[in-house]
Design a protein around this ligand. Sequence first.
Ligand SMILES: NC(=O)c1ccc[n+]([C@@H]2O[C@H](COP(=O)([O-])OP(=O)(O)OC[C@H]3O[C@@H](n4cnc5c(N)ncnc54)[C@H](OP(=O)(O)O)[C@@H]3O)[C@@H](O)[C@H]2O)c1
Length: 184
Amino acid sequence: MSNIVYIAASLDGFIADKDGGLNWLQSVPNPENSDLGFADFLDSIDCIVMGRNTFETVAAMDIQWPYPKHVFVLSNALKSVPEKLKGRVEIIKGSPDEITAMLDELGYERKYIDGGKTIQIFLECDRIDEMIISRLPILLGGGTPLFGVLPEHLMFEHTATDVLLNEIVVSRYRRKRLSATEKK
Ligand SMILES: NC(=O)c1ccc[n+]([C@@H]2O[C@H](COP(=O)([O-])OP(=O)(O)OC[C@H]3O[C@@H](n4cnc5c(N)ncnc54)[C@H](OP(=O)(O)O)[C@@H]3O)[C@@H](O)[C@H]2O)c1
C-alpha cells in the first residue's frame, strides 16, 4: 500500500504561479508533445486523491477528463460533482490516516495524492511513501508551494533521476522509515 506524489514544481518549489497559473509547465520545448511518462504513471496507480482546488482547476479546463482511474476529491465544502463526472469522481473528507485506511480497505493499493495543501497535510501525518518530482528550470518567485512546515524531519531515499527534454529533472524518492531499533 503506497501513497504517491507525482508533481511538477518550479526550481523555487511552487506548483502553480502567483495567479494559480500553470502555463509555465509548457515553458520547456516539447516538439513531439510527449506526455513525459504521465500515462505510464496513471497506469501504475489504483486511484487518485486530490484536493478541491486541484479538482476545480482540472474540471474547468477545456479538455477531456484526463483520469482513467477513480478520483476521490477531498473537500469539506463541495456537496456534489458535475453530472458528467458522476461515477468517476467522489467527494470524501477526513484525516490522511482515515482516508488512507478507508481506501486501503476498499483495495486501492497505490494512491496518487495530488494538490499542494493535500500533499502537505499528508506529509504532516507522514502518509506519503513515494514522491516523483519533476523540476522545471524556472523560478516563479511565488505561488502555491509544494512543501510546507512539518512537525519533524522526514527522510527519503533517492531511487532514480531522469532528465527529460534535456531540461526537466525527474527525481524519485521513497520514504525511509527507521525501524524501532534504529530509532533507539
Ligand atoms: N504543478 C503541478 O503538477 C500541479 C499538480 C496539482 C495541482 N497543481 C496546482 O495547485 C493548485 C492547487 O493546490 P492547493 O494547495 O491550492 O490545494 P489542493 O490541495 O488542491 O486543495 C486544497 C483543498 O482540498 C480540501 N482538502 C484537503 N485536505 C482535506 C481533507 N483531509 N479533508 C477534506 N478536505 C480536504 C480543502 O477543500 P475545502 O475548502 O473544500 O474543504 C482544501 O481547501 C492549483 O493551482 C493546481 O492547478 C499543480
